[in-house]
Design a protein around this ligand. Structure first.
Ligand SMILES: [Zn+2]
Length: 350
């Protein structure tokens, strides 16, 4: 058979993580040989936390403008694009938690501009991933986005974000545990593209996070360091795979179903953590180990802790397979309401 495989990988070039990383942003831009005008996309709160600092440092050598934005909606992405085009910006920097970075990376992707990610919290694995979740009307749509050319994660800034966010980020990493299992299944049963290196990295980050769970604590830069490092590695795994497969399987189908049924009741990573308990159980993996780790971190392990009634949890689980065309342990037809209830009770989620 003729060899005709071809694959494109886009990876970040400079990653700077740790105490006081933001102070070195000038050096990073210098390393990357950035020239011209820079647009900082941030929110009303995160501009105070880090956006203004970024502008202050870069103002000496660049023309810098701050663009304040809100939720990750198509309208807000379009507004950033309009501004960036009008004033011919050469680089977009996203400063914030999830939404501001999603807006910045989607706008940069559409405009073919380079993008730098500066997370101010570590609540999910989007800060380093090549995907963005953008709201289109009622629906959350995960779309292809720009891989950051650089990630600057300052632990002294992220440590000031609410501890609940960090726990949510850690739970989103633990979700890789069931995601890689689903990926393996799709590879074996459906011949899906597979990357053993991305698989290994993703699996390792989940297990490292499970093992580190008892040591996580609030107001501790070391804890932030461990979580952000795992988030960056997980993003790299997605870049290597060229898809979100290494970090998003059935537990994320469940998460998106919950976000559709009961929007805004819990953080993304918190729901993904609960989903990981359920899916690990269905996959025949060590779901108790997952639940223990989440519990000891203080992450939700029960439906009611993510704001769901028993009926809503069953509904989310039975509709999860319809969320997107992604083969997982839930199969093509999903799980019956009876089996869903059984699994939720067995794992003590309800
Ligand atoms: Zn996630």
């Amino acid at each position: 058979m003729e060899f005709n495989k071809i694959k494109k990988m886009e990876l970040p070039r400079v990653i700077l993580a740790g105490h006081g990383a933001l102070d070195k942003i000038g050096e990073v831009l210098n390393d990357l040989q950035i020239k011209g005008k820079i647009l900082i996309v941030t929110g009303p709160k995160t501009v105070e936390v880090a956006g203004n600092t970024v502008q202050k440092i870069l103002r000496k050598d660049y023309k810098v403008e701050i663009f304040l934005t809100g939720d990750a909606t198509i309208e807000n992405v379009e507004a950033v694009k309009k501004r960036a085009l009008k004033k011919k910006f050469n680089l977009i920097i996203g400063v914030g938690g999830g939404t501001k970075i999603d807006i910045a990376k989607k706008a940069a992707y559409d405009l073919s501009l380079p993008f730098i990610s500066i997370p101010t919290s570590a609540s999910h694995d989007g800060v380093a991933s090549p995907r963005a979740t953008i709201k289109d009307g009622e629906n959350n749509v995960s779309s292809e986005a720009r891989v950051p050319i650089s990630i600057i994660a300052d632990t002294s800034i992220i440590v000031k974000a609410p501890y609940r966010y960090l726990i949510s980020g850690a739970a989103d990493i633990i979700a890789n545990y069931s995601a890689v299992k689903d990926w393996e299944l799709a590879y074996k049963l459906k011949g899906e593209d597979f990357s053993s290196s991305a698989y290994a990295i993703s699996k390792y980050t989940a297990e490292e996070m499970i093992n580190y769970a008892p040591s996580l604590k609030p107001n501790d830069e070391e804890s932030v360091w461990v979580v952000i490092k795992a988030i960056i590695s997980s993003g790299m795994a997605m870049s290597l795979a060229g898809s979100s497969r290494p970090a998003s399987g059935s537990e994320h189908l469940f998460t998106h179903a919950v976000e559709a049924i009961a929007p805004g009741r819990a953080l993304h990573g918190e729901i993904a953590g609960v989903g990981t308990i359920i899916m690990s159980f269905l996959q025949g993996q060590d779901w108790k180990k997952v639940r223990e780790a989440l519990k000891i971190m203080g992450a939700p392990t029960k439906a009611k802790e993510i704001g769901l009634s028993n009926e809503e949890a069953i509904k989310a689980l039975t509709m999860a397979h319809k969320i997107r065309d992604r083969y997982t342990i839930l199969g093509e037809n999903g799980i019956s309401p009876e089996a869903a209830e059984k699994a939720l009770k067995a794992t003590e989620v309800i």
